[in-house]
Design a protein around this ligand. Structure first.
Ligand SMILES: Nc1ncnc2c1ncn2[C@@H]1O[C@H](COP(=O)(O)OP(=O)(O)OP(=O)(O)O)[C@@H](O)[C@H]1O
Ligand SMILES: Nc1ncnc2c1ncn2[C@@H]1O[C@H](COP(=O)(O)OP(=O)(O)OP(=O)(O)O)[C@@H](O)[C@H]1O
Ligand SMILES: [Mg+2]
Ligand SMILES: [Mg+2]
Lengths: 240, 240
């Protein structure tokens, strides 16, 4: 059965899509079959993994597509996800909608990675209800730290509905030259030591340039600090 | 009558809150009375301008509060904004809800700045319907560029409902040492020359540190490149 990871944080621009795309790329190297679900109406993961795609979203027609990368398939996003989120709010299954749609695929894949939009509305909640693990990318900045409490308390609320994925925190865009970043890392490791992953993703402009060539960091700059950090993340995830 | 600016972009982490807080700070220096409306459930603008606030959102009780900064008042955010967005979807006024709530305040203030969450749902749409200007902070990165088309086409759709604010683009987190950033700036200025503001906000870690002391960039590092760029933005806005 697939191990399902929801990559989520309502704080915007913290590296959710970057983590889904690059983690999928390294996991697929160890001969694991990966399904990426793009639950973000922005469709950034779809634009890198399935460039030129202009069809329906996974929530519309339950279809997945092979990509030109071995072992990686995708359930794509589309603009219709904004309306879909309203429909899910009023459907019978509500937060279990995505989980039901994924059932036919759970035996076929080793990992399912779900990219979430920057909110705590129905699309991320559906991802939490499907997930074994919620991976929270956390930028070492003040506003991002503030938001951590909100997503953690939402996950506590969902526990009452028997939605209880485990939670890991991934420090992203880490700039070790900045005292500010080092202080935040120390604070996180003190408070949430067992949930904070050992791997830290550094600030690396190569990571930001790669998607403009529809490439993962491994394909664009395999020896970069960014690439090596996502390689180590994939090992940490595989080893559980 | 107040000039109303919605600061919006569904792409996350591009500097929306940073722009609202720091533009409000510089506009208030030129003896303009400023009202900030925090339409983001994250409440980042509220945490800097009204630290320790723990009450209802502006959408709940229509209340505004003076801050400890001369000439700046705020209609705060709260977690209830997530539910409020669902209620607005089903209300009679729909996208005109915020505009009606602002009516009692339009004579009292020179500028009203609305911070938006990273989406194209009802909260940002309400801000567009209230605004004279939609200011789109744009990070010079690939995913952010991709998103520009989505918000521009949403604004074109709203034009049919007589919601027609003007639009300006503000380049943020600009790193002139990166060829990647320079290329994106050139592309934007070619395609959207009349909408792209002259002021460019540089990447400046002081901007990211200031909110951890509940300070604006002017208060934290007045001589920094970040501070000077927001000063020039306020002049560009005042001079229209
Ligand atoms: N470690 C890093 N170093 C440098 N740039 C990065 C890094 N990680 C991500 N980026 C860049 O920062 C921007 C934000 O990252 P990304 O879009 O993955 O975040 P997100 O959380 O998915 O955003 P959203 O909330 O809009 O979905 C992107 O332009 C991305 O290329
Ligand atoms: N010019 C800049 N240089 C360096 N850091 C910046 C700059 N502008 C903003 N930041 C920092 O980058 C992060 C993202 O900015 P901010 O939170 O203002 O974006 P946002 O668009 O409001 O995000 P969201 O989509 O989550 O609402 C914050 O931690 C902020 O302090
Ligand atoms: Mg994303
Ligand atoms: Mg914000």
């Amino acid at each position: 059965m697939a191990y399902i990871i929801a990559v989520a944080n309502q704080k915007g621009g913290v590296g959710k899509t970057t983590t889904v795309v690059n983690l999928a790329s390294f996991l697929s190297l160890s001969d694991k079959k990966i399904l990426v679900i793009d639950s973000d109406p922005q469709g950034n993961a779809t634009s890198v993994l399935l460039p030129e795609y202009n069809g329906l979203s996974f929530y519309d027609d339950f279809q997945i597509y092979e990509t030109n990368r071995k072992n990686i398939s995708i359930g794509p996003s589309s603009n219709s996800l904004i309306e879909q989120e309203q429909l899910i709010n009023r459907s019978d299954y509500k937060e279990q909608t995505l989980n039901k749609l994924l059932n036919p695929y759970k035996k076929e894949f080793d990992y399912i990675l779900i990219d979430c939009p920057p909110s705590l509305n129905q699309l991320p909640i559906n991802a939490f209800a499907s997930a074994d693990l919620v991976l929270i990318p956390l930028q070492c900045h003040y506003y991002a730290m503030e938001g951590l409490g909100q997503i953690m308390s939402k996950l506590t609320d969902l526990d009452l509905k028997n939605i209880s994925p485990s939670v890991s925190i991934l420090l992203t865009m880490y700039d070790e030259k900045t005292e500010f970043c080092r202080d935040i890392e120390e604070e996180i490791r003190d408070f949430l030591s067992d949930q904070c992953l050992k791997t830290v993703i550094p600030q690396d402009i190569q990571i930001a340039i790669a998607p403009s060539y529809s490439k993962t960091i491994l394909e664009y700059a395999p020896l970069s600090a960014g690439s090596r950090s996502y390689a180590s993340l994939s090992k940490e995830i595989i080893n559980g």
